[in-house]
Design a protein around this ligand. Sequence first.
Ligand code: FES
Ligand code: FES
Length: 166
Amino acid sequence: MAQLNVNGRLRECDAEGDTPLLWVLREQLGLTGTKYGCGIAQCGACTVHIDGVAMRSCVRPLSTLSGTEKIVTIEGLAPDASHPVQRAWDALDVPQCGFCQSGMIMAAVALLKSKPKPTDADIDAAMTNICRCGTYNRIRAAIHLAAGQVQRQAIAITIQTEGGAA
Ligand code: FES
Ligand code: FES
C-alpha cells in the first residue's frame, strides 16, 4: 500500500510498484481528467505536476513516488476550474475534441510558472504535447492571454500583501 499526496490530500493506493502513476490516478483515485494517449511519454495527454514540474504520468512508476512529492492533476488546479489558464482556454474556445487539453493546460501552467511572460518561441519549445485536432494556434494565444492574467493576479496579491503588512 503506497501513500501519495494528490491535489493536497494524502491518498492510499493499492497497486504494484511498476504501475504507472497515470493508472493509479485514473483507476484507483477516480481522477479521469488525466488522459491516456500513447503510453510512451510522447503525446503529453497524461501530463500532471510533480512538485510543480510537468511530468508525463504514463511512464512514472508508482514505486518512484512517496507521500512527500506533491502531485497535482487537472482536477486540483482550481476547485471551480477558475485558474487563469483554464479561463483563457474557455475565453478563446481552445478545445475541439478536448482529449489532449488537460495535458496541454497542465503543461501551460508549468510553463507560466517558470516563464511568466513567454514568447512564441518559448511556447513552441515548451509545449511539446500533441493535439490531433491541431489547436496549436489557439493554445499559443490562450497562453499569452493567461500570462497577462497571471501577472495581474500576482500584482493584486502583492498589493494586498503590502497593504496588509502596512
Ligand atoms: S499518454 Fe503519456 S505521453 Fe502519451
Ligand atoms: S483538441 Fe482534440 S486532440 Fe487536441
